[in-house]
Design a binder for this molecule. Structure first.
Ligand code: SAM
Length: 242
């Protein structure tokens, strides 16, 4: 008779109990440890992925300027260079701009000298850091920073233009500033001079050399050259006529 024990051919109660234990408890613990493992795996993937995204987000703005047609990487001005720039600004007035302002050190130094100063910089991290530095130094009312491509900005409103560029960009910037700047403006170049202008003042040496160019000087030279050219052509015309 098939009894409570499960009858003939049935599974013995003890065996059933053991089976239930082995059929439910063991897989559950395996499942739990599997879940635990996949939890750690997910966390690790999240950490690695997050770190990679953060590194990418921070590093990209520093790398992209080097990949542009004109490669202008972030190389901060030295303390001596800043000192030389400030010297070139003595007895100058009016708004100042640093073209490619990096971490804002030149703009902040100028603001400390009382200039209303602005910086244009492609790298947003550097702009945010510059704003923080200006605030920390207490010149946030005089120093303004823009996330902007220097080639897309018109500098006509500035009387003092500072640039720490690279030789490759100087001929293009020279042409741009010649068109945009007013006659009373001064351009200050750090480390690399402009190729065609003649400096009105030079200070420092080696990599800390700074050149100052007064727009009035190169405008006068251009006018003189034009007049000379016109005189020469009218002289040659006269010679041909007589
Ligand atoms: C040589 S660093 C000079 C930094 C700062 N002026 C100084 O003297 O410490 C040149 C800066 O120009 C920025 N830059 C490069 N290309 C730019 C562009 N097209 N527009 C604005 N800034 C640019 C770079 O990110 C870098 O911070």
């Amino acid at each position: 008779m098939a009894g409570a024990g499960g009858g003939v051919g049935g599974t013995p109660p003890g065996a059933l109990k053991e089976g239930r234990q082995s059929g439910s408890v063991l897989p559950t613990s395996l499942e739990a440890s599997g879940l635990k493992k996949s939890g750690w795996g997910l966390l690790l993937t999240g950490i690695v992925g997050g770190t990679l995204v953060a590194v990418y987000a921070v590093a990209t703005p520093f790398i992209t300027p080097a990949l542009r047609r004109i490669c202008l990487p972030f190389v901060p001005a030295t303390a001596k260079q800043i000192e030389n720039v400030v010297e070139m600004l003595r007895s100058r007035r009016g708004p100042l701009v640093d073209v490619g302002s990096g971490d804002g050190r030149i703009v902040i130094a100028a603001a400390k000298e009382g200039f209303v100063a602005a910086g244009y910089e492609l790298n947003p991290w550097l702009v945010w850091y510059s704003r923080y530095r200006a605030w920390r130094e207490g010149v946030q009312d005089l120093a303004t920073f823009y996330i902007s491509d220097l080639w897309k900005v018109t500098f006509s409103q500035y009387s003092n233009v500072v640039v720490f560029g690279v030789p490759q960009m100087m001929p293009h910037l020279e042409k741009k500033l010649e068109v945009e700047l007013e006659g009373d403006a001064r351009v200050i170049a750090c480390r690399f001079p402009f190729p065609n202008w003649t400096p009105d003042q030079v200070t420092g040496e080696g990599t800390d050399t700074v050149w100052a160019y007064d727009v009035s000087t190169f405008q006068r030279k251009r006018r003189d050259a034009l007049t000379d050219g016109r005189c020469a052509s009218s002289r040659s015309l006269k010679n041909k006529m007589y």
